[in-house]
Design a protein around this ligand. Sequence first.
Ligand SMILES: CC(C)(COP(=O)(O)OP(=O)(O)OC[C@H]1O[C@@H](n2cnc3c(N)ncnc32)[C@H](O)[C@@H]1OP(=O)(O)O)[C@@H](O)C(=O)NCCC(=O)NCCS
Length: 148
Amino acid sequence: MISRPKAGEAKSIQKLINLYANNGLLPLSLHEIYERIRDFFIYKIESKIVGAASLHIIWEDLAEFRSLAVQADYRHQGIGKALVMSALDEARDLQLKKVFLLTNQKEYFEKMGFQLIDKSELPHKVWSDCIKCIKFPDCDEVAMILKL
Ligand SMILES: CC(C)(COP(=O)(O)OP(=O)(O)OC[C@H]1O[C@@H](n2cnc3c(N)ncnc32)[C@H](O)[C@@H]1OP(=O)(O)O)[C@@H](O)C(=O)NCCC(=O)NCCS
């Protein structure tokens, strides 16, 4: 079931995300998670966090969807999709117009309605995260956007 995390759940979120650090997801420090704890959605099964994702507002019309992770044993049950949909619902509530993301899972997000865009269309602020990535500048991710 989807909920918003308590501050005390940051460590569990970090553990989940960092399973895929530099292999689909940018690693996050605990400090970064606490700072953005209100961006996160979590999916719990019997009080265990098995999925997480975040929606970070960039500008009046734009947000970034980040850090989607579902624990391997719980894949293909619709948990990832439920997290994406919750983030998009919130983006609509906030009257944002577009949500973008960077991913190496193009087909997955195409199913959710995201479309490929050129990275140069993304705001410069995004590059402050990219330069932290060990793969930078040889990025294996594509940029995608969904118009709400
Ligand atoms: C990508 C990820 C979040 C998918 O989570 P999930 O809970 O297994 O996905 P869902 O069960 O919600 O799948 C939803 C749909 O996408 C399909 N799908 C699942 N994984 C897919 C993939 N890797 N590529 C394409 N389609 C995929 C499912 O079959 C399902 O289709 P359906 O609705 O027609 O049945 C999960 O594999 C993961 O955590 N990967 C590692 C981290 C990562 O790469 N995150 C994304 C980077 S931004």
